[in-house]
Write a protein that binds this ligand. Sequence first.
Ligand code: PAF
Length: 286
Amino acid sequence: MTADSHRPAPIVRTLPDLRALTRRWRDAGETIGVVPTMGALHQGHLSLARAARADCSRVIVTIFVNPRQFNNPEDLAAYPRTEDEDARKLAPIGVDAIYVPDGAQVYPEGFATTVSVTGLTGMLCGAHRPGHFDGMATVVAKLFLQTSADRAYFGQKDYQQLQVVTRMARDLDIPIEVVGCPTIREEDGLAMSSRNLLLSDRARIHAPVLHEVMAQMAADLRAGADVTTLRPAALARLDSAGFTGVDYLELRAAEGLALLERPDRPARLFAAAWLAGVRLIDNIAV
Ligand code: PAF
């Protein structure tokens, strides 16, 4: 560990300052790990920062609520912003810098480039959030290049995002290793997400039903059932728990995300569902 474990990490707000820091580290032959986030940090993010801390001599956590990946202005406005608390949570991990750029550092005047990954983005969240993955891939490409990191850490909770980012880095020859880390869950099974902060107390009680339904469905799939047979009961259970809509509940190949009826190869069950105005997503290996 290179940083004092209880000293808050310096907050870096401009690209020139970030570059000055990373140049020094590079000149000293140090490896850099980056954890891209939109803030509102929870144990899932902290587990990524810890993984980076264990692997790399320097760790940068980025916090940027990226307007280009929100297809709904209300969703962007409601996204939690908790910078001071985020910095406090990172202090015991001993990260070396928290990069908090403003819009101008990321999208300067005249910015006209979009990174668009085809194939992996036409389904699941891509089908329900138009433009989301273009905005996400564009900002992640920029953060990879701005930080010049050797490794980047992403949670498997956003499994499609992880696939898209891995493809993008490969396709653009960005010399970075994309590391996927396990989903961190609350004790009741709910996948940790910054959006959980938006759930009312009442909705929070019902939120774990999404994972319960998926775990049951995954067990039934492993036992030989197919998706078409299992889906109606799963949807009915979500409906009776108060979920108001299900964007998708699908089995897909773990590599390439082809739609499957049965887990005839390494597969994952994916769901996105609405509870009291909050969109929850989850996925589990089958
Ligand atoms: O997963 C997220 O929080 C965001 O999509 C990311 C990767 C930080 C890009 O804005």
